[in-house]
Design a protein around this ligand. Sequence first.
Ligand code: AMP
Ligand code: MN
Ligand code: MN
Ligand code: MN
Length: 280
Amino acid sequence: MMNADLHSHSSFSDGTLAPEALVSRAAARGVELFALTDHDQLEGLAGARAAALACGLNFIDGVEISVTWRGATVHVVGLDIDPLNARLRNGLETVRAGRLARARAIAAELAAGGIEGSLEGALKHAAESPSMVGRSHFARHLADAGVVTDAKAAFRHYLVPGKPGYVPHRWAALADALGWIGAAGGIAVLAHPGRYALSSDALRDLLGEFRDCGGAAIEVVTGSHTSEEYRRFAALALQYGLAASRGSDFHSPDESAELGSLPDLADRLVPVWEQLAGAH
Ligand code: AMP
Ligand code: MN
Ligand code: MN
Ligand code: MN
């Protein structure tokens, strides 16, 4: 099966590698079809595409949109989108708009618990794209500052619901995110469905609504799923008539699954890349 990796982040969102370095790493790891899918942001795509062209790697323009659905945060990946599309660009601008205010509120909460200076610290990690400042940047700062041992630990002790430094936020509506992706000619993929704080009934409602609003696929094999979840979401993809995607959700060499190294999709699934123009 083709080595497709259709979910990754660069330093234009909360990854640590520049788009060019990310693309070289993907090529070196044997990836044959690669998508950059920064959170709510398209600025890294041109550099990634140029680098991919230079090293002969088949490249897909992507994005990962933050969505609020029934009060829970869910992520929708758009693949093969037109990065110049005005509806998509305007929509993403509205999604990014609240990030800095949220970051101030996160920092204020951490300061109330005795951790000072975290806004400045987080912004240092978001230097490429300050309007994208988010929890990963705070997590890296908390690790640097010695408050926690590593960024992962920051997401156990801080920054998540019920812990200091969690500030709820309203992202895009699901139908809006799917509308922007469709307007930009892209294909919508529900990212890492195993990661959401939803009951199994609510998750089924989400899959149904996602498909009815034009969603095409779900991530089955992703760095955020266990092997048991590969099987669970393979079955749900088939049951809901959705194609399947594979993506590492790579953020950084020392924080996430490696590029292009996850297991293949099960043979009975329809790979989402069969629907991507020029991808096979
Ligand atoms: P934000 O959009 O600013 O709320 O940040 C969400 C990002 O935080 C995700 O895309 C992940 O990169 C990261 N993240 C969320 N939860 C965790 C976790 N438990 N462990 C590691 N990273 C996480
Ligand atoms: Mn992220
Ligand atoms: Mn995500
Ligand atoms: Mn991601």
